[in-house]
Design a protein around this ligand. Structure first.
Ligand code: DX5
Ligand code: ZN
Length: 213
């Protein structure tokens, strides 16, 4: 199981230190929440922040694009990201978006909002590195986990097994010590965790507990 730290809720006044601290604490990846104020009712950060943190990174960075028409901006993020995740609801060019990321030899992810059925991902299961199940309505950190997400993970796991796909299952939103174990048992491979890490005193201890150590 991998843990990706969502930095949306970290202390932006000490962004560099926060990145170093959470990497030292043992996370497996940085999860960068890019928001355009249209696909989600919030505006976060873009390529300048990605470029600013890139030299500090000792782990992969996945750019989670919560943006409309991601096909217009994916190429801007590909260079400095190890993987790019876009939303299936945000484009009618899903295959083109996947092709852009895969052609650049980066990790391709597709995110599904809570109300989007897992069946929609079926056609892409053999072209995608990660399917990200949103367990909150995207746009903000610190929201409550949507319990129905557990069943959705189980359904997706079964679909991946039947399709003999190698796609990994990511979960994003409200993930913490109270639900991590359930999510892993349901079939999650990657947990995107924001506030549960950055609001805690000891990042390493929180990460150890999330891993069930
Ligand atoms: C929400 C983002 C999530 C969120 C995770 O739109 O995609 O990555 O920041 O933060 P927590 O763990 O605080 O819900
Ligand atoms: Zn995210």
């Amino acid at each position: 199981m991998k843990i990706a730290a969502s930095i949306l809720n970290c202390d932006f006044l000490r962004l560099g230190e926060e990145i170093s601290r959470v990497q030292k604490a043992g996370i497996d990846a940085i999860h960068l929440d890019v928001m355009d104020g249209h696909f989600v009712p919030n505006l976060s950060f873009g390529v300048p922040i990605l470029k600013a943190i890139r030299p500090k990174l000792t782990v992969p960075v996945m750019s989670h694009l919560m943006v409309n028409t991601p096909e217009k901006i994916i190429d801007k993020f590909i260079l400095d990201s190890d993987g790019v995740i876009f939303h299936i609801e945000a484009t009618d060019k899903v295959q083109e978006c996947l092709d852009m990321i895969n052609k650049a030899n980066k990790l391709a992810g597709i995110a599904l909002n809570p109300d989007t059925p897992v069946s929609q991902i079926h056609p892409y299961l053999n072209n995608v590195y990660e399917v990200l199940i949103m367990s909150v309505h995207p746009g903000f950190g610190g929201q409550a986990f949507i319990p129905e997400s557990v069943d959705k993970i189980k359904k997706l796991k079964e679909m991946i097994r039947r399709a003999e796909s190698k796609a990994l299952i990511g979960v994003d939103g409200g993930v913490g010590l109270n639900n991590a174990e359930n999510l892993i048992q349901a079939g999650a491979d990657i947990l995107a965790v924001g506030s549960s890490i950055f609001k805690s005193k000891d990042y390493a201890d929180t990460i150890k507990k999330l891993r069930g150590l």
